[in-house]
Design a protein. Structure first.
Length: 343
């Protein structure tokens, strides 16, 4: 049995929930129990304390652990979210670079966690922008910033799904920038200890195979069907918002095409974190990543080049008419006993 610690409940973690909903872990012969964690820090602490075998989270968390303790044995071993899942949504419509569009605007970056804003700051820096020219509103949650967008007290906000889709669908905001367009950014992987990677090799190999099944299913499956399967994890999100959010993530290629963690994405993330002051110095890819199991699985499957059929979305985020509603009502998939949907 593998105890998997949930970093926190978020829609961009869809591949992990899909692996449960599809029965992919079971089909690979491994029992995986989902353990809720109140915060990402708790998930990491549980992993190091032996209360969990595996967690999902950002490679930055592993790099920070190695910075604090050179003997740290935390390691990333299966890719899942290969690009940055955050957007800048604003009003009125804008068709400019993220540098030009944000200058002199009242902008609220993400405050709940540091990585999204640090990554966007690096985008702006590399494009020659001036952070000082942005009128920053700090310290509010994404939910609060959605309200601020609607009442006009800010011009733009940095958001993940489903907050972005809610604004886009209702015409309360427009897509200004998708951070995924910068390219690979190692955002979320499965993480374990090197000792566990050895001791539970067969079970973790089965997990990687199951995750690959989930990744390919999301790649090939319209958002409406994904929403039917994963709706139990997000009971307060309307079906059409959930479906549109998943399709948008598919459109910008947020999810990995196979379980191998790319050095390119890891190196970009580390360089952005060093530039932003989150890391004192670069941390080596080899210290934080072990692709052994991922390469075994990748070698056994048909390669893909992310040439998926893009979802059809309107400019304001609403599905185009060609996207018909599902024939069947939402199919309820029994969740693991330990997986309580978060509100």
């Amino acid at each position: 049995m593998i105890v998997l610690s949930e970093n926190f409940r978020a829609l961009f973690y869809a591949p992990f929930y899909a692996a449960f909903a599809l029965g992919a872990f079971r089909d690979e012969g491994v029992e995986v129990v989902l353990r809720r964690s109140p915060t990402p820090a708790h998930a990491s602490a549980d992993l190091r304390a032996g209360l969990a075998d595996v967690m999902w989270g950002g490679p930055l968390r592993v790099a920070l652990a190695h910075q604090d303790d050179p003997n740290c044995d935390l390691v990333c071993f299966c890719d899942a979210v290969a690009r940055d899942p955050f957007y800048v949504v604003g009003h009125p419509p804008a068709d400019k670079s993220p540098v030009a569009v944000l200058q002199d605007q009242r902008f609220a970056p993400v405050s709940e966690v540091p990585t999204p804003w640090l990554c966007l700051r690096e985008d702006i820096r590399r494009l020659g922008g001036d952070i000082g020219a942005i009128k920053l509103t700090l310290g509010r949650t994404m939910a609060q910033n959605v309200t601020a967008m609607r009442d006009g007290t800010i011009d733009a906000a940095q958001l993940f799904e489903p907050y972005a889709e809610e604004l886009l669908y209702n015409g309360d905001g427009y897509m200004w920038y998708a951070a995924a367009h910068r390219g690979l950014t190692a955002y979320t992987t499965l993480i374990t200890r090197r000792s566990t990677l050895t001791a539970k090799r067969d079970e973790l190999l089965a997990m990687v195979r199951a995750m690959t099944t989930a990744l390919r299913w999301i790649e090939d499956t319209p958002g409406q069907e994904v929403a039917q399967a994963l709706g139990q994890y997000f009971p307060l999100v309307p079906d059409h918002i959930l479906a549109g959010a998943i399709d948008r993530y598919r459109l910008v290629k947020v999810y990995a095409i196979d379980p191998v963690i790319r050095r390119e994405g890891f190196d970009w993330l580390i360089s952005a974190m060093v530039a932003g002051g989150a890391l004192r110095a670069p941390i080596a890819f080899e210290a934080c990543v072990d692709n052994t199991l991922a390469k075994i699985v990748a070698a056994s499957i048909e390669p893909r080049t992310s040439s998926r059929q893009p979802p059809r979305l309107g400019n304001n985020g609403k599905p185009r008419p060609a996207l018909r509603p599902p024939v069947n009502p939402r199919k309820k998939v029994k969740a693991p006993a330990t997986a309580k949907p978060a509100h």
